[in-house]
Design a protein around this ligand. Structure first.
Ligand code: FES
Length: 114
């Protein structure tokens, strides 16, 4: 596995994008839990963020796609509102080792489920 960044490098209620071998992902810290997803909207497959490291809505309550505003639950990536309602962001397997988030070195993008 490969080290991404420390859990403490993400502030509570915020998000952070990262890339491993041209595979783009992001992590969210919410209620001291870490969630990691592929950075790809299930609507059109576009990257989600508004600006660098900004994947959440203005309240920090949901992940929000910057293209058409779809809202996703942070805890399971399910889309609650927007053009991909009912679909899911795809979770990236990870582990936390000594406070560092680790993902597989050789991840490949999963197929997009439009
Ligand atoms: S591309 Fe994300 S909501 Fe349309």
């Amino acid at each position: 596995m490969i080290a991404i960044f420390k859990v403490d490098d993400i502030e509570e209620g915020s998000s952070k994008g990262f890339e491993v071998n041209n595979v783009y992902m992001f992590a969210v810290k919410k209620d001291e839990q870490i969630y990691v997803y592929w950075n790809r909207c299930p609507h059109l497959g576009t990257p989600l963020e508004w600006q660098e490291d900004r994947f959440l809505d203005s309240d920090g309550a949901f992940i929000q796609c910057s293209t058409h505003g779809a809202l996703f639950q942070i805890r399971d990536g399910n889309c609650l509102a927007g053009p991909c309602k009912g679909k899911n962001l795809q979770a990236v397997p990870f582990k936390i080792d000594n406070g560092v988030i680790m993902v597989e070195k050789h991840l490949i993008n999963p197929p997009v489920q439009y």
